[in-house]
Design a binder for this molecule. Structure first.
Ligand code: SF4
Length: 237
C-alpha cells in the first residue's frame, strides 16, 4: 500500500489507487456494512462504500485536512464532506470566502468546484464512531503524504479541522518536507497558528461536526475568520 501510494504520478492516479485500498480490515468491514445496511433516508441510493479520495483544485494553495469520511456522507456519496451536515457548514463557509462556486455539496455530480483549495482526510475510510485507531491512522498516512507531495508546489497553508487532523500534520512535515516537527508539539486550538521555514503554515479550526456547530462552539463567523486568515497566509485574493 505504501509502495502504491508512492508510485502515484498525479492526483488522478492517486485518487484511483486509494479508492481500491483494502489495507485496514476493520474499516473495510465497516464501510461495506454501512453501505449495505444504509440509513433509512438513503435506502434507495447506492452507497460508495470505499475509501474517499481528496477533492478540489490540483494547484491548491489552501489545504483543508479533516479526520475521516462520514459513514452516511462521504462513504455514501464518494466525495469528502459531501451529503452530511458537517459538509453543509463547511461548504457554505467556503462559498462565503470565495473558495467554492456554490454553497452546497450534496452529490459527487452536483457541479461543485473549489478554487485554490483542496480537501483531504487523515484517514480515507469511514471509521466506527468517527474514531480510527492509531494503527489505522498510521496505515493510511502514506495516501495523505503522497497527496501533499503532489500539491506541494502550490500548497501554502493547511487548515486542520480538529485535534486529530492537527496531530496528523506533523508526520507530513517530517516525511514530505523533511523537517523535524517542533518539540513539544504546538497544542491544537481554534485559531492556533504554526509556521515553519519552508513548509505550509498550519491553522487550527474546530471541526465542523454537528457536535460543535449545533452547540455554538463553532459559529459561521469563526469559520469565516479562519478562512480569511488562510487566504491571507496563502496569498489568495
Ligand atoms: S483507511 Fe486508508 S489505509 Fe485503511 S483501508 Fe482505508 S484507504 Fe486503505
Amino acid at each position: 500500500m505504501v509502495a502504491r501510494a508512492a508510485r502515484a504520478t498525479d492526483l488522478v492516479d492517486l485518487d484511483g489507487a486509494v479508492s481500491n485500498c483494502f489495507a485496514c480490515p476493520r474499516l473495510v468491514a465497516w464501510r461495506e456494512e454501512v453501505a449495505r445496511v444504509k440509513r433509512a433516508a438513503f435506502r434507495d441510493q447506492q452507497y460508495w462504500g470505499r475509501p474517499v479520495p481528496g477533492f478540489g483544485a490540483p494547484d491548491a494553495r489552501i489545504g483543508i485536512l479533516g479526520l475521516a469520511p462520514a459513514a452516511h456522507g462521504g462513504n455514501r456519496t464518494g466525495r469528502i464532506f459531501t451529503g452530511d451536515r458537517s459538509g453543509d457548514v463547511l461548504f457554505a463557509a467556503l462559498h462565503r470566502a470565495g473558495l467554492a462556486n456554490q454553497p452546497t455539496s450534496v452529490a459527487a455530480d452536483d457541479g461543485l468546484v473549489l478554487r485554490d483549495t483542496r480537501i483531504f482526510a487523515a484517514v480515507r475510510c469511514a471509521p466506527p464512531d468517527n474514531k480510527p485507531t492509531p494503527v489505522e491512522r498510521d496505515t493510511c498516512a502514506p495516501w495523505l503524504h503522497r497527496e501533499v507531495t503532489l500539491i506541494r508546489p502550490t500548497l501554502r497553508v493547511v487548515v486542520a479541522l480538529g485535534a486529530f487532523a492537527w496531530a496528523g500534520w506533523w508526520p507530513v512535515l517530517r516525511d514530505v518536507y523533511g523537517q523535524q516537527p517542533p518539540s513539544p508539539r504546538p497544542a491544537f486550538g481554534h485559531g492556533a497558528h504554526w509556521s515553519g521555514s519552508s513548509a505550509p503554515a498550519l491553522l487550527g479550526c474546530y471541526h465542523v461536526s454537528q457536535q460543535n456547530t449545533f452547540t455554538g462552539r463553532l459559529t459561521p463567523g469563526m469559520l469565516d475568520d479562519v478562512f480569511a486568515r488562510a487566504k491571507q497566509l496563502a496569498g489568495v485574493d
